[in-house]
Design a protein around this ligand. Structure first.
Ligand code: F6P
Length: 324
């Protein structure tokens, strides 16, 4: 293998740049030529591919976003789109790929490998932490800390006004950000897509809590089956029937996707990037390089996307116990 390419795809996450840097520099260290594919699969289809040098990734380890840009490509879902992408890779002589992204990215990579056989190794880049085969995904730690900083600030004003706040965090299908920011932020409740939300129980507990507390924080993952934070607040408010209490909603949104990555995310990203290149050189294909129990683990893409990473049950229990 002489030439490899790297791209970022799907929702960006803090630490993707650190991962790109690690891929580029590990490849150069191992004597490979390395190319950047811009705008994810879109760039593969359009031929937006450029040679990268060590200096191309200088001064990015600390930056959020991704210098390679990111996109969610509809065209790559079609056989015609993938054919164009393959032809562009062949034109550049690319023999291996590092794909940095989440489950959508790996689904595309798996199909592409099965059709065209270009060795691909993934790195888990998503704030959601919902990828099987790695303890943490690149960007999760930064996103949790961003959410936590916001929760701390909201807590000040919630306490000052004796209000009940519903804070919506990201996580369409997964509650990892919600659970960890709820524990760290001392929330009274967390609502996540993985478990059934019992609004009657929440209302009952809120009434009980009012004997000891004057304000409350409820963290809602955007994908909860009862709705978004605004909808859930309306439901709780109508059930609680208490005009003396004020209810407020804050949606944190995309601020969770930006910012300088934490040390943990930079280290994870750098390790995964190096492992992906080493994996390609060692003949690994169609799999993701993740870190489990501090060891590099290569997990087939079929498992990364087919198996569900479970929330840690103790963490949910903890929120219950600590909210009394
Ligand atoms: O997958 C990462 C994520 O940030 C999810 O948590 C969120 O639901 C989604 O992306 C938002 O996507 P977009 O930036 O396309 O609105």
């Amino acid at each position: 293998m002489k030439k490899i390419a790297v791209f970022t795809s799907g929702g960006d996450s803090p630490g993707m740049n650190a991962c790109v840097r690690s891929v580029v520099r590990t490849a150069i260290y191992k004597g490979l030529d390395v190319y950047g594919i811009y705008h994810g699969y879109e760039g593969m289809i359009e031929g937006d591919i450029k040679r990268l040098q060590s200096g191309s990734v200088s001064n990015i380890v600390q930056r959020g976003g991704t210098i390679l840009k990111s996109a969610r490509s509809q065209e790559f879902r079609t056989p015609e789109g993938r054919k164009k992408a393959y032809e562009n890779l062949v034109k550049h002589g690319i023999e291996g790929i590092v794909a940095i992204g989440g489950d959508g990215t790996f689904t595309g990579a798996k199909i592409f490998f099965e059709e065209y056989g270009i060795p691909t190794v993934g790195c888990p880049g998503t704030i959601d932490n919902d990828i099987y085969g790695t303890d943490y995904t690149i960007g999760f730690d930064t996103a949790v800390n961003t959410a936590l900083e916001a929760i701390d600030k909201i807590r000040d004003t919630a306490a000052a006004h004796d209000r009940i706040f519903f804070i919506e965090v990201m996580g369409r299908d997964a509650g990892f950000i919600a659970v960890e920011s709820a524990i760290g932020g001392g929330a009274e409740f967390v609502m996540v897509p993985e478990t059934k939300t019992d609004l009657d129980a929440v209302v009952k507990s809120l009434k009980n809590l009012r004997k000891t507390k004057t304000s409350s924080i409820i963290v809602v993952a955007e994908g909860d089956e009862e709705g978004n934070a605004e909808e859930i607040m309306a439901k709780v408010k109508s059930k609680i029937k208490d005009n003396t209490k004020e209810f407020k909603v804050t949606t944190l949104g995309h601020i969770q996707r930006g910012g300088s990555p934490t040390a943990r995310d930079r280290v994870l990203a750098s390790r995964c990037g190096m492992a992906a290149v080493e994996g390609l050189i060692a003949g690994k294909v169609n799999c993701m390089a993740g870190i489990m129990n501090q060891e590099v683990v290569y997990t087939p893409f079929s498992d990364c996307i087919g198996k569900t990473k479970q929330l840690i049950p103790d963490q949910l229990k903890l929120i219950d116990i600590l909210s009394i």
